[in-house]
Design a protein around this ligand. Sequence first.
Ligand code: PLP
Length: 226
Amino acid sequence: MTDLDRNLAAVHERIAAATARAGRAPGSVELIAVTKTFPAEVVRAAWEAGQSLFGENRVQEAAAKIPDLPGGARWHLIGHLQKNKVRRALPLFELLHSIDSRDLAEAVDRIAAEEGLFPRVLLEVNVAGEASKFGFAPDALERELDALLALPRLQIEGLMTIAPFADDPELARPHFRALRALRDRLAARTGLPFGTLSMGMSGDFEIAVEEGATLVRVGSAIFGSR
Ligand SMILES: *Cc1c(COP(=O)(O)O)cnc(C)c1O
């Protein structure tokens, strides 16, 4: 067993324990192994250890790594997407977590139409209102949701957030709870499930699972520090 095997197993166990603590169904949370900055050999070792879902935050870096992995590997874009990278990104990723403005949503919709695609996306929410972070302000999202839902190509499956950095993972809990509450309001209003909640990273994924995450994005707890 390598460190990577052990780390992956430990993260899976911690997810399973948090899922059970929260009274949620086993297997209701999927782990995204975040491979940004790590070379393709490392990603391949994770694949060989059984991991098949990977997250990258840059289109360019992902495009370089993806061909080195078996075709069964699945990739999610978790970082900010620049409009001039949309066309390149669309065929690479099965889910875009980071639709963070109406402008970007419209660009993705338009380019997807040109390419004949119906991309699956999440709307990124800046729950804590941090100036340094991308994402919709919660009240802006409530206002703009109808316009976003009218974009014919986007399949909006849920919400994503990044909690503010903190040493104590408990401090992330109110932000995760707020994202889920926002989702519940949007779902009640539209009748759409928005069933995917992408929240939780190495420092706080157990709290995120307790608060309803369906996707956790974990890098350093699996691969070591960057
Ligand atoms: C890097 C990154 C992660 C993973 O961070 P770790 O702390 O290494 O687990 C998760 N989400 C996003 C958006 C990231 O950029």
